[in-house]
Design a protein around this ligand. Sequence first.
Ligand code: PMP
Length: 428
Amino acid sequence: MLYKRSSQLFAEAEKVIPGGVNSPVRAFKAVGGTPIFVKSAKGAYLYDEDGNKLIDYINSWGPMVLGHAYEPVVEAVIERAKLGTSFGMPTELETQIAALAIKMVPNIDKIRFVNSGTEACMSAIRLARGYTKRDKIIKFAGCYHGHSDSFLIQAGSGAITFGSPNSPGVTAGTAKDTLLARYNDLDNVVELITANPNEIAAIIVEPVAGNMGCIPPKEGFLEGLRQLCTDNGILLIFDEVMTGFRLAAGGVQDLVGVTSDIVCFGKVIGGGLPVGAFAARAEIMNYLAPLGPVYQAGTLSGNPLAMAAGLAMLKALDADRDVFIRLKDKTAYLAAGINKVLTNNNVSFTINTIGSMISVHFDENAVVDFQTAAKGDNETFKKFFHGLLQEGIYIAPSAYETWFITDALTYEDLDFTIQAIDKVSKTF
Ligand code: PMP
């Protein structure tokens, strides 16, 4: 496949946008080459500026769980746009999507909408700090909670891809309040709590990690965190930006039956428009302005186009709960196929998968945390990525990312992908 026009467009973009992109991982720095410029997308496929058709396993990094240009979402946005695109005043739509989200997600009474996952997580920790009157938070190495200062401490996603988990510009004062733990290691969390008595406001965790590849929680890990938080007056924050409305109608809380105190959303909840949200029981949410002292706001928060898209998406998922079974079945089929061909071709690998999230690590050891994820063979990953691209398959341009399966993928697409992986892995 040729990517001539994409290369030209990238060269133009580089002149006026830092690195040519508005979010770092898009730049292909980790895998080499130049990024693909998209013209349009429909269902499971991307169509690029060179006229190539690609099967998409990123799906805008998660939101398009029902496929690109999903008709009810597109229609909802078009109809709303005709009525005006932003008012900075309340609309009925906001209450409708809030009520539906609260119905679908366990243990939340109120929800506030923001414009990104970053904002949701940033606001959630401010709320937790205000509510508990404590300053410190615990986060896990390799988990990504957006690019706000407190979280850029051994963060996953692009922050690992570029080998700089601690970004310049984050002050030492901020960094000192973020304590780091190992994912899937409760003993390590206990040590931190013991060393910082009555100082920890919140533990924030991706209940299924997706930003160092996909790493499901070990049995008992989330239950243990829940107990530790309850015992120590710490709020448990589930960052379900990736997993919310994807792994189950009510996210990981629903899937594993462990409840958090605050939950953050993004991606699917906006149906592909810029939306994030955070939610909790009323007593916690009432701590927010204008009811309470913790300030949080947004000119475009609850934007009618974004709310219309999100509402159409949540309605579709709520009405067809079998979608989560279909997604899981498709992912399991893909995982089994990849497993078979990579084994036949004597490749060292580990596949991690849960629900509609999957990642292939090029290392045979179990991948359970940041350290084990970092052992993956990046040279093999690069060949894998570019080989698949030539076959018309688009996966994330970094070994530290999860693939997102969409309901629009057919079993023919999955078979095609498995055959392509067979072909590509013979060249390693
Ligand atoms: N939390 C998690 C778990 C994420 O995966 C992401 C984005 N990949 C974020 C937060 C940040 O969301 P956004 O990019 O919308 O700011």
